[in-house]
Design a binder for this molecule. Structure first.
Ligand code: DC
Length: 343
């Protein structure tokens, strides 16, 4: 072993002695570049970043492992070739190749470590050392998904997007310019020009805006125009909760947790009725029940991205649950789903 370290020491001394300042600086510059690449990649698309990191790590381990086996063989059985005292050209070549394999593995491992450091620095990993999640909450109107999504987001400190507001805003903007809700061109133009800051508009609340939204939501071009915004929102490094109709199926099919919230038609209409009453608005229970049924039928039957649960979604029926009970049940589902992942 001492002979091996002496031989390695000699090799390093010769290599470093013959390098220019630029060549010596190349490795730290490359590693710094990989740290920056890690920060950028983790912020841009966290899932793809993790995938690449895993592949790089597996490749580096393979190289280091196989290099270590052959280097180990020389150390145990052929130290004469290492020190060059008694060897053949074939043995010398094999020794050089073994060292090259091992060194390539170590270099790749250092690169992967730098890339991983970048991901950690990007803020995509939270204080507990866990990756931030994408949580998809889908369900029909007034199922309680919005209240639930907002609360889950607040609990984890994640960003929250009520995607229904996007469709409501498109409908509002089409109507504001005197257009018709089924005018594909006008609706697509409005979807492309959507301004996230305008989603706080109180006029977007209420059954009429919801009904109008469900008409523009049938237009494939409108859905396509809103997709990139929703996906970028979901992939932000701080973690995100999105609620809507197609989050688990279309917007984020790779979400870490998918919950499909349901409740009976009557329970949903009753909730909406109480909400309107508390705001002093005079809309009858029957009108709200009819609106909910019409909207469900339209959302479920449309050709593109209909309201449906993803195959891997967990069902949460809130008919007999209050907001606290629904939240507790959802938190159990999140714990169950994330326990079997390295989040
Ligand atoms: O969730 P909400 O009631 O605000 O949604 C209003 C309408 O928008 C809903 O009836 C269908 C449509 N929508 C959609 O098609 N896809 C989504 N992800 C969210 C809402």
């Amino acid at each position: 072993m001492t002979r091996l370290s002496a031989a390695l020491g000699d090799v390093l001394e010769i290599a470093i002695g013959t390098m220019s300042a630029w060549e010596l600086a190349a490795a730290p510059i490359l590693l710094a570049g990989l740290v920056l690449a890690g920060v950028w990649a983790a912020r841009r698309d966290f899932r793809s970043y993790v995938q690449l990191l895993r592949r790089g790590f597996a490749g580096a381990l393979l190289l280091v492992g196989s290099g270590a086996v052959v280097v180990g063989w020389f150390v145990c059985f052929d130290t004469a070739t290492i020190t060059g005292t008694e060897t053949t050209p074939a043995a010398q070549t094999s020794w050089i190749l073994s060292m090259a394999l091992f060194s390539a593995g170590v270099s790749l491992l250092s690169g992967v470590a730098a890339y991983a450091l970048g991901g950690w620095l990007s803020g995509a990993v939270n204080n507990d050392g866990r990756y931030n999640l994408i949580i998809a909450i889908d369900g029909p109107a007034a199922s309680g998904k919005g209240t639930l999504a907002k609360r889950i987001a607040a609990h984890f400190g994640y960003a929250w997007l009520d995607t229904g507001l996007l469709y409501r805003a498109v409908a509002r903007d089409v109507l504001a310019t005197g257009g018709r809700l089924d005018d594909v061109e006008a609706a697509t133009r409005a979807a492309r020009a959507i301004d996230a800051a305008s989603l706080a508009d109180p006029a977007l609340r209420g059954p009429r805006a919801g009904d109008a939204a469900s008409i523009v939501a049938k237009i494939p071009e409108v859905r396509a125009a809103l997709l990139a915004y929703q996906r970028a929102f979901a992939r932000q490094p701080g973690g995100a909760v999105l609620d809507g109709r197609d989050i688990g199926t279309v917007v984020c099919p790779d979400a870490d947790v998918k919950i499909f919230v349901t409740a009976s038609d009557e329970a949903r209409a009753r909730r909406r009725f109480l909400e309107h009453q508390s705001r002093g608005e005079n809309i009858s229970y029957e009108e709200l029940l009819a609106d909910i049924r019409t909207r469900d039928a339209r959302d479920q039957s449309r050709a593109i991205a209909p309201l449906e649960a993803a195959g891997d979604a967990l069902y949460l029926d809130t008919t007999n649950l209050d907001a606290d009970e629904a939240f507790e049940a959802a938190m159990e589902m999140i714990a169950k789903r994330t326990k079997c992942r390295e989040t």
